[in-house]
Design a protein around this ligand. Structure first.
Ligand code: HEM
Length: 437
């Protein structure tokens, strides 16, 4: 077990699950150490940590830090690559995830989400499951065309949720992943994608982002390997949907608890049409502010696990190769000196106001910045715009989801909700047409 006591770092006691990092940061400064799941970790936090951690991505070994992703997704999976192989991979994935690639799918994303809200009807739904289903259906008609029936959807969603929750279990992940039900989901998911990718390699073409990636690679003479393309297809169809769903859940709960802002937002969205989004969010400043506030208060991955590759100097300490680090990249979201009253959900703070880029850690930073960020920033506004334009929403009364900065402790997100059409209560609001699926 690595021992950092020789570094002379300030120390905090064990028990990270209940740990108050803000207090530790105030008391100990931007670097301290603690024990987490039986191993010593050095914690770095604050704007200065973001600056230092993102300055030189080659100082980290993603290979060492993200082993569970390699075990599940294979040795070419993007998250756990370093240096040139990582840069090559991001180049290869660009055509699937660039904003221009996602924006062209806006009309279909809008249609699918509108259908999904209508399909749910006026009965209580589990919000997290709803968003994961709706977003995956949207992905299956945009970024990776494929036919997902209800059974396939369940396999994909349960696999994603269980896979991600297992990545933070340390050694206990092996037992988690060996459970027969998980193995069955995994086999289904990879078998399904193997068929999809094999058909493409055999010449099938579909008007989706996956095709754009394949075409681009062919043009550049990059090899097309079945085993490498399968986890890439997974990225397009499924990755990160749980994170987006979680952010929307937490955010909606706080938004609905703010009637004054909600009214202003509904007013802005009453005339929403998807084509207005084609040129960005300029026509929807309140929606943009609402989403920024959701990202700030409910970052789905609030802490990043890192392992030092090249000696890392920070705040007067030198961390040698192999040091395990927890980078609290979202801690600045809760610093009074950056955001006034940081625990208050207050979208208006974003109106006509910008905050330092390094203060926003929701999607990480530098070369490994979240690959799906553009997708989230299309999915989330389209979802909220459709929901609030067409429906009145009521949550099921579950306790308030509180902000949580701790590594390995996902924010609770099991809310129920129901929505009723505004047309029933306001005959002046014309219904948006629902396309046939
Ligand atoms: C609200 C939703 C999401 C949040 C908060 C989120 C957050 C993050 C964070 C914090 C990282 C780590 C960045 C780093 O290491 O510096 C990351 C990486 C990543 N995210 Fe997301 N994510 C979200 C949605 C998505 C979606 C929808 C996808 C779909 C493809 C996705 C795919 C990825 C991938 C592939 C990486 C690894 C990138 C790399 O290592 O090069 N994420 N995300």
């Amino acid at each position: 077990m690595p021992d950092y006591s020789s570094l002379g770092l300030p120390t905090e006691r064990d028990g990270l699950e209940q740990f108050d990092h803000l207090q530790a940061y105030r008391r100990l400064g931007p670097i301290y150490q603690l024990s987490f799941r039986g191993e010593r970790h050095v914690v770095i936090a604050g704007m200065e940590a973001n600056e230092a951690a993102w300055r030189n991505p080659d100082q980290w070994s993603y290979h060492e830090a993200l082993v569970p992703f390699r075990e599940m997704m294979g040795p070419t999976h993007v998250t756990q690559l370093d240096g040139d192989p990582h840069r090559r991979k991001r180049r290869n994935l660009r055509n699937g995830f660039a904003m221009s690639a996602v924006v062209r799918h806006l009309p279909m994303i809008d249609t699918v989400l509108r259908e999904e809200f209508a399909r749910a009807g006026a009965r209580p739904v589990r919000l997290h499951d709803f968003f994961m289903t709706a977003l995956t259906r949207a992905n299956s008609k945009t970024v990776l065309h494929c036919d997902l029936d209800a059974e396939a959807l369940t396999h994909f969603i349960v696999f994603e949720e269980e896979f991600i929750s297992g990545t933070i279990l340390g050694e206990a992940r092996h037992a988690h992943y060996a459970r027969p039900d998980f193995v069955a989901h995994r086999e289904f998911v990879f078998g399904f994608l193997r068929e999809v990718v094999s058909r493409r390699l055999a010449g099938e073409t579909r008007p989706d982002s996956f095709q754009d990636m394949i075409t681009d690679r062919r043009e550049r003479g990059e090899p097309l390997d079945l085993e490498e393309l399968i986890p890439e297809a997974y990225l397009l169809l499924m990755a990160g949907t749980g994170n987006t769903a979680k952010m929307l859940n937490c955010g909606l709960q706080h938004l609905l608890a703010n009637p004054e802002w909600l009214r202003l937002l509904e007013e802005e969205l009453s005339g929403y049409r998807v084509d207005q989004f084609m040129a960005g969010m300029g026509a929807f400043p309140r929606l943009k502010a609402t989403l920024m506030e959701m990202e700030r208060m409910f970052p789905a991955a609030p802490v990043l696990s890192r392992v030092v590759e090249e000696t890392f100097s920070f705040s007067g300490f030198e961390l040698p190769r192999g040091t395990r680090v927890l980078h609290l990249q979202t801690l600045p979201h809760f610093l009074e000196e950056v955001y006034t009253a940081p625990y208050r959900f207050d979208p208006s703070r974003w109106i006509d106001r910008e905050y330092p880029k390094k203060a926003h850690g929701t999607y990480g930073g530098s070369t490994h910045i979240c690959l799906g960020m553009n997708l989230v920033r299309i999915h989330a506004p389209v979802a909220i715009a459709n929901l609030l334009r067409d429906y009145r929403v009521r949550l099921g009364g579950e306790p308030e989801i509180s902000v949580n900065l701790n590594y390995g402790v996902p924010q609770a997100a099991h809310l129920t909700a129901e929505w009723t059409s505004r047309i029933l209560t306001n005959p002046l609001v014309a219904p948006a047409p629902v396309a046939q699926s």
